[in-house]
Design a protein around this ligand. Structure first.
Ligand SMILES: Nc1ncnc2c1ncn2[C@@H]1O[C@H](COP(=O)(O)OP(=O)(O)OP(=O)(O)O)[C@@H](O)[C@H]1O
Length: 252
């Protein structure tokens, strides 16, 4: 690897997918965090002295989001009170394990954690729903339930904002899915950085401009604890086709 392109004098350890710059670890952290800070301030995502629930699945995106939000809140004195909010869909071998990761994040980042389950909210776990309806369309049901469960959790916590870990790759997939489905209404709103959930608690996406590859690199170099197994019911999801198509186009 060459020297870090910021001329800090250290050896580069990675080539940034976003810019092609060869960077050392410290300069990568700074670039990554500054870009999220820029996204937050330019879009005026949060008013000072407000409360934010970070939707935490235990995956890489929401783990990085929680870590970076805590770091930026302290560094730039956003004056935010941060919570973690997790939804337990009741998927054996997936969510039970990833919730352990969220609990670890709760302890590491010293943020209060609220967990809500589909079983308590709706009387059904996803395992039970799948055994009734089969594996077709189950991600669509789950997505609708999760969005509502996150709203209920945000209301319960009485927070001002709900922040999710959606990244630039997620949004590109969503755009493509909405084009393929011809869903113009969703296409119109799916790239917004702030969306209103309908009952007044805005949803925000601080990682909207962050590439998935860089999130993985950041989590790796920061040694963050996250859960990386795919949902056991996800392989049939429509989103998977958009993801594969985008990855192929990118490779070409
Ligand atoms: N069970 C859940 N509880 C709380 N928030 C969730 C949950 N599942 C998803 N989210 C939120 O929605 C975002 C996008 O969901 P997605 O399905 O891409 O998550 P994931 O791949 O399971 O994990 P991550 O995006 O954190 O890597 C997550 O980053 C997180 O903020």
């Amino acid at each position: 690897m060459p020297l870090c392109s910021t001329r800090c004098g250290k050896n580069a350890v990675l080539k940034r997918p976003k810019t092609g710059d060869a960077l050392c670890k410290e300069c990568f952290f700074e670039a990554f965090e500054n870009e999220v800070h820029f996204t937050i301030t330019r879009a005026e995502l949060f008013k000072p002295n407000s409360t934010v629930a970070i939707a935490a699945s235990g995956g890489k995106d929401s783990t990085v989001l929680a870590y970076v939000m805590k770091l930026l809140n302290e560094k730039y004195d956003y004056k935010l009170k941060l919570f973690l909010l997790s939804i337990d869909e009741g998927i054996t071998g997936y969510r039970d394990d990833s919730l352990d990761t969220v609990k670890q994040n709760r302890d590491d980042y010293e943020m209060p954690l609220q967990i809500l389950s589909y079983k308590d909210l709706y009387g059904w776990t996803m395992d039970e729903i799948v055994s009734e309806i089969g594996r077709k369309n189950n991600c669509t049901f789950c997505g609708v339930f999760r969005r509502q469960a996150l709203d209920r959790g945000a209301n319960l916590l009485k927070v001002d904002y709900l922040a999710t870990g959606h990244n630039a790759d997620d949004i590109a997939e969503t755009v493509l899915m909405n084009i393929l489905r011809g869903d113009l209404a969703r296409l119109n709103r799916c790239t917004s950085i702030i969306t209103d959930s309908g009952d007044g608690i805005p949803r925000v996406k601080p990682l909207k401009y962050t590439y998935e590859k860089e999130i993985v690199m950041y989590a790796y170099f920061r040694k963050l604890v996250y859960f990386s197994t795919e949902c056991v019911f996800a392989p049939n999801a429509y989103r998977g086709h958009a993801r594969v198509l985008l990855k192929d186009l990118e490779k070409n």
